[in-house]
Design a protein around this ligand. Structure first.
Ligand code: IVH
Length: 725
């Protein structure tokens, strides 16, 4: 059903306002209350309806429309904005004694008071400004006085209300909290990075801070961030206590943690701390302490603040979980990309409920920095990190005979001399064709479920085939002989048939997964999808220059370089040819046609579009029988121009007299032609698909968290070079 055809503009606009309200309500039910009233499908249908209306009336789209949750691929420079109220930090304490002294000081100064104890969320701080109940701005802490405007990115976080519920909120106020990445999102992100051969992110705090500073809000939308709020700021806030402000904020639709308590004595505060020191381990997000705040606003005012932090609040930090144990030896693991990772073997020690035998020591620089030596008693920490790591040495216990650690110079697997690439902390083994773990690793990657999904080829079988000289590279998989496989020890007719069947089936695996399976460095599952949908064929990717590659969504210079290097390698090209002969999918299979509205038309899609990516637009062209053309020439029928269409392109089009359509005109054209064709469904099918995908990607379990912010620079994604333990 196409509203625009049946109702007037006025009704459409009313419907847009209604859809905004309804969608915001259901987002709240889903993300904040965890109690959805409608199915995901129904939600997606409503969202798709709103997206259609916004495409028809872009000028009527609300800046806080629920469609903004999906993000856009517009890159943004973050504008630096001054905080209306400085974002202070908290003074920290690590011991019950210090905390006791803080409490005593307050009681001495202003008498008995109530405290609120709450969780200290380990993420990155954010300040949200609401004006007349609508999100106006989201700003990072920055240096406390000025921060970066990250509003577009924050809008994609589904637990941040774009419009407030209920009533009684001040017409202008700020609410502060923490952007956090729940463990589930963090783990998912790291497994994607691992599969792409990218360095892992050290902890959810860095991952949240790095994500928030992503240039593309689409990327942010997919990463599953969450936001929990804990402090209001404004002139004449209508409350007398902090606890009351949080209760009200919750009614207005904010995600406010219930894990807090009003405490009147030191003992009550300690009970809360002790309880959460253990219980926090079962929370779905990271916390690193407890924040204790004086409850009354009047008391807060009379206590005031130092230059850096308020006197009415303090953070009690949990001890990072740490143990001391002996470093027995260091192994060097060689990954499929040739990267060498040192892994410490430890005398088993109990840490945070698990026995730790291995820990990460990152790379040669870290070993040198901490002067870590074999035989040392070392500190092992689990902090917010998932991988235990060595954080230092207990020098007082160092034996007099200990020798400085000498990092290896040659590959422990194949003996090749290791190389160091500029800008990378790791050593690499350059012998990619002859080094066993690299060969086996590439084949393991190729056959795994998310890649070619070849059943029967487990790690042991791959190794066995390699040992028997039957498998040296991924192309050999397609020349395997069932008889020979069956004759191998531990394998038999049945395994051989199973492998053969898996190999045959893999020839139907869609192109994007084939591209991922090749194991090009930095080309993970998602990136492969974007590249495949942008270039459509492997030949086009192989022919593309670095700059052309970087034009595809999600592809930056680093990925583009890696792709160029991969295809420049002769061995790789030979393997590609063998895979082509084997019959693998080297092209995107064309989608079912939804109409012939654009049949015979050659179309250039250019610029950035409001609700969709360029590749989505191209898919729409194809689904309606049109042909996508990259360059403007006399053969082009028309150009669909979004924002920022290149001036050169525009000039050329004007010179050739080619029609330039806006996004809205383009859809109107499809609709018009379709109307004539009497072909009702169509754009909707695709649009709903897109909407559904983004909606699903954006949804993760509703939860909350927060952090301390060392420096804005540290908000860049810090990585840990390590393997998962
Ligand atoms: S209150 C003026 N409450 O920890 C104090 N902060 O350095 C306003 N944090 O900057 C902050 N959980 O980023 C407060 N429940 C909580 C918190 C919290 C985490 C962060 C916040 C703050 C840092 C302390």
């Amino acid at each position: 059903m196409r509203e625009g055809n049946f109702m007037g503009k006025e009704q459409d606009i009313l419907r847009m306002r209604e859809l905004e309200r309804v969608l915001e309500h259901h987002s709240y039910k889903y993300y904040i209350e965890n109690n959805p009233e409608i199915s995901d499908k129904e939600f997606d249908e409503l969202l798709a309806e709103l997206q259609r209306l916004e495409a028809a009336y872009p000028e009527e789209a609300d800046r806080n429309s629920p469609t903004k949750r999906v993000g856009s691929d517009l890159t943004s420079e973050f504008e630096s904005v001054e905080h209306r109220y400085a974002m202070m930090s908290l003074s920290n304490t690590y011991s019950a004694e210090e905390l006791g002294e803080w409490i005593d000081r307050i009681v001495r100064e202003i008498g008995q008071v109530e405290f609120v104890a709450e969780l200290k969320f380990d993420g990155t701080a954010i300040s949200l400004t609401y004006e007349n109940g609508a999100l106006l701005r989201a700003v990072t802490r920055g240096d406390g006085k000025r921060g970066d405007d990250v509003t577009n990115n924050v809008r994609t976080i589904c637990s941040v209300p774009l419009k407030l519920r209920g009533e009684g909120y001040p017409s202008l106020f700020e609410i502060r909290g923490e952007i956090i990445m729940p463990y589930a999102s963090f783990d998912r992100l790291n497994s994607e990075r691992e599969a792409a051969g990218e360095p892992l992110l050290a902890n959810p705090r860095n991952a949240a801070a790095g994500t928030l500073k992503q240039q593309s809000s689409q990327v942010v939308a997919r990463r599953g961030l969450d936001c929990t709020l804990y402090q209001l700021a404004g002139d004449n806030l209508p409350f007398t206590t902090h606890a009351e402000s949080l209760e009200k904020a919750k009614e207005w639709g904010f995600s406010i943690s219930d894990h807090r308590a009003i405490c009147r004595t030191r003992e009550e505060i300690e009970t809360f701390i002790n309880y959460w020191d253990t219980e926090r381990k079962s929370l779905p997000y990271a916390t690193d302490g407890i924040v204790i705040k004086v409850n009354g606003y009047a008391e807060q005012r009379s206590l005031g603040a130092t230059a850096k932090s308020p006197r009415w609040a303090v953070a009690y930090k949990f001890q990072a979980e740490r143990a001391v144990t002996k470093l027995l030896s260091v192994d060097f693991q060689v990954g499929r990309t040739g990267a060498v990772t040192p892994v410490a073997n430890l005398e088993p020690v109990l840490l945070a409920g698990t026995v730790v035998r291995r820990a990460s020591i990152h790379n040669a620089d870290q070993i040198a920095l901490h002067d870590i030596r074999i035989g040392d008693m070392v500190y092992v920490e689990k902090g917010g990190e998932i991988i235990p790591k060595i954080t230092g040495v207990e020098f007082s216990e160092r034996s007099a005979e200990s020798q400085p650690f000498e990092y290896i110079t040659h590959c422990p697997e194949c003996g090749s001399e290791l190389v160091r690439v500029e800008g990378e902390a790791k050593h690499f083994c350059p012998n990619s064709r002859g080094c066993k773990p690299q060969i086996i690793g590439r084949i393991e990657h190729f056959v795994k479920r998310k890649a070619m999904d070849i059943e029967g080829l487990g790690s042991e079988t791959i190794e066995l085939l390699w040992q028997n000289d039957m498998l040296h590279n991924i192309a050999d998989i397609y020349g395997l002989d069932s008889g020979q496989i069956a004759a191998l020890p531990r394998l038999g007719e049945k395994s051989a048939a199973n492998i053969q069947q898996g190999v045959e089936r893999s020839k139907e695996v869609p192109f994007e997964r084939v591209l991922f399976a090749l194991g090009i460095r930095f080309v993970g599952e998602t990136t492969a999808k974007y590249i495949a949908s942008h270039f459509r064929t492997l030949d086009a990717i192989m022919a593309a220059s670095r700059d052309e590659l970087a034009e595809a969504e999600e592809v930056g210079a680093k990925i583009a370089d890696s792709i160029v290097d991969y295809f420049a390698d002769e061995d790789n090209r030979a393997i590609i040819e063998l895979l082509r002969q084997a019959g693998l999918q080297f092209e995107v299979r064309e989608k079912r046609k939804d109409s012939n509205a654009l049949s015979g038309k050659s179309i250039v899609i250019s610029g950035k579009f409001a609700g969709r990516s360029r590749d989505d637009m191209k898919a729409i062209v194809e689904a309606h029988g049109g042909r996508n053309i990259a360059a403007v020439s006399a053969n082009v029928d028309f150009i669909v121009a979004g924002d920022n269409m290149g001036p050169a392109k525009r000039q050329k089009a004007e010179k050739l007299g080619i029609t330039i359509l806006s996004e809205t005109e383009f859809f109107a054209m499809i609709e018009g032609a379709e109307g004539a064709e009497n072909n009702a469904e169509s754009v909707e099918v695709i649009e709903a698909d897109v909407a559904m995908e983004t909606q699903t990607m954006a949804k993760t379990e509703a939860s909350s968290e927060a952090s301390s912010e060392a420096s804005v620079a540290a908000e860049a994604e810090q990585v840990v070079q390590g393997t998962l333990f």
